[in-house]
Design a protein around this ligand. Structure first.
Ligand SMILES: CC(C)(COP(=O)(O)OP(=O)(O)OC[C@H]1O[C@@H](n2cnc3c(N)ncnc32)[C@H](O)[C@@H]1OP(=O)(O)O)[C@@H](O)C(=O)NCCC(=O)NCCS
Length: 167
């Protein structure tokens, strides 16, 4: 696949270099892309109050077996993950790289990894922004969650699932 003029490759999260880059993608994706579907109060509640110390963030990304999308320059343009029970907890693409198939490439890699681990199903809690993208990529809504809260603020999302076929 291609992103702009550069090839994008999917690979493992590198704990020595990728904490800051994935956090920057996370913030930009929520603040710029998801902001069209949520109020400023919801956006801040979703982001949480994270300071400059990325130790906890990096440890969580490493634990979740994060996959990273890199442009030809080496810049991280997106990331996702796969927890042992089949939960895709994170899917974020930098707005400057959006709409070019990065999320599709990341989820295709996750599905391959899940099959290799013997999982039969993926699930996620999709934001309103990501819901049509997950639908396009084979997920269906399992339970809408209009009352989901983050840090005491209602931030609606939906639990979505995808059955994994043999290939
Ligand atoms: C959701 C997000 C990850 C999508 O990333 P992306 O790289 O722009 O998505 P892609 O370009 O790979 O699109 C994947 C598919 O969804 C389709 N799609 C994208 N937006 C769509 C929309 N609004 N409605 C319907 N289909 C859509 C694309 O056409 C593509 O399908 P195709 O390959 O058959 O053409 C990105 O917008 C993002 O980070 N959003 C903000 C953060 C967020 O909400 N993350 C999810 C947390 S649960």
């Amino acid at each position: 696949m291609r992103s702009g003029d550069e090839d994008v490759t999917i690979g493992p999260y590198d704990p020595t270099t990728d904490a800051g880059a994935t956090f920057a993608v996370y913030q930009a994706a929520i603040r710029r892309t998801a902001a069209k579907d949520y109020t400023p109060e919801q956006i801040e509640a979703w982001l949480g109050r994270r300071g400059g110390d990325l130790t906890g963030w990096g440890a969580a990304r490493a634990r979740a077996r994060t996959l990273v999308a890199r442009a030809g320059t080496g810049d991280v343009v997106g990331f996702t993950d796969l927890l042992p029970d089949g939960l895709v907890d994170m899917l974020f693409v930098h707005p400057d790289a959006g709409g070019r198939g990065v999320a599709r490439a990341l989820l295709t890699a996750v599905a391959a990894e899940a099959r290799a681990r013997g999982l039969r199903e993926l699930r996620t809690f999709a934001s309103r922004t990501a819901q049509p993208v997950f639908e396009r990529l084979g997920f269906t809504v399992w339970a809408d969650r209009p009352d989901n809260t983050a840090r005491g603020v209602v931030v609606p999302n939906a639990e979505m699932r995808c059955t994994l076929g043999p290939t």
